[in-house]
Ligand binder design. Structure first.
Ligand code: PSU
Ligand code: MN
Length: 295
């Protein structure tokens, strides 16, 4: 059911630390041609840190854990690559489509592949003024034992609403060297988090304790704030107009998040893109250090 890249298959055989990487960021989150370059750079960051990258996607209906170079190229550049969340997986398999996987679907597949650590940009969550627009990422976190490194939830979302839902689902949220919940493009969303961790070793200890306590059926969210955030005034301005624009164009369902991210990238003339890339790289590095600490 799963096809492993040569690199990931060798890492599994040797018991090396592996980091799962999400592919919707590449196909639907970042503009071409920068998306493919970033995907390759992020994989290299994981290798340089001493772990093995496993970018997850479906190619012609087959689940891939780890992509060969030409496969990564297809996910970045083919127009027919769809965005697959967990509910889409069986359908994409049966119809032999190629798909990038969201946080939810990537976490699910990573767990199937026995990978414990996963890096992304920002989590999905509750949308602002939502009439039931809530990312399936939240449900996946409630059902999948995996450590997910992110820069908080995307600032286009209802941040306090998302934090409340994570509490309801009993998903622990740990600030990495901070008590401020990060706001994706922003270092601080303005909301506090109770627990803070200082090191990958501490995260590994929490992971192992949860197994002992049998509270390990959920994800652990590691919230890693971006260092050089986006200009605050610019962020507020674009967010405001972007939300209005998506409402007036009646953007719905899985198109909402890619629409708003692209709106940010064009309106900010690349400033949000710079921050988004910083976020992904820094999260991949931390995820690699955690994967190593778990061994
Ligand atoms: N983080 C980014 N860029 C992205 C995403 C996350 O920096 O494009 C993607 C992830 O795949 C996440 C998805 O799962 O956005 C959420 O989409 P939705 O709101 O439709 O669930
Ligand atoms: Mn949604």
């Amino acid at each position: 059911m799963i096809k492993y890249s040569a690199e990931v298959a060798a890492a599994k055989a040797a018991g090396k630390p592996i980091v799962a990487l999400e592919s919707t960021i590449i196909s639907h989150g970042l503009p071409r041609p920068r998306n493919l370059e970033v995907a390759r750079e992020v994989e290299q960051i994981v290798r340089d840190a001493g772990a093995v990258p496993a970018t997850i996607a479906l190619i012609d209906g087959v689940i891939h854990v780890g992509l060969e170079s030409n496969e990564l190229d297809r996910i970045a550049n083919d127009d027919d690559v769809v965005k697959a969340s967990t509910r889409d997986l069986a359908i994409v398999e049966a119809t032999k489509q190629s798909a990038a996987t969201t946080v939810a679907a990537t976490a699910h597949i990573a767990h199937l592949a026995d990978i414990d650590v996963f890096a992304t940009g920002g989590l999905g969550g509750v949308h602002r003024g939502h009439s039931y627009d809530e990312s399936a990422d939240l449900i996946a976190l409630a059902e999948t034992p995996i450590i997910i490194v992110c820069a908080g939830v995307k600032s286009i979302l209802d941040v306090p609403g998302t934090l409340e839902r994570l509490e309801t689902f009993a998903v622990p949220v740990l600030g990495y060297q901070t008590n401020k919940f990060p706001g994706f493009y922003l270092t601080d969303s303005g909301y506090e988090i109770e627990h803070r961790v200082e090191s990958p070793e501490q995260i590994a200890a929490i992971w192992h304790n949860r197994f002992d306590l049998k509270t390990s059926d959920k994800a652990i969210v590691i919230a890693n704030p971006v260092v050089n955030q986006m200009d605050l005034a610019l962020h507020e301005k674009i967010l405001d107009s972007g939300l209005k624009e998506s409402a007036s164009q009646h953007v719905t369902g899985k198109a909402v998040t890619p629409f708003l991210l692209e709106y940010f990238h064009t309106q900010s003339k690349g400033e949000s893109l710079r921050v988004n890339i910083d976020i992904i790289k820094s999260n991949a590095l931390l995820a690699a250090r955690i994967a190593i600490a778990l061994r």
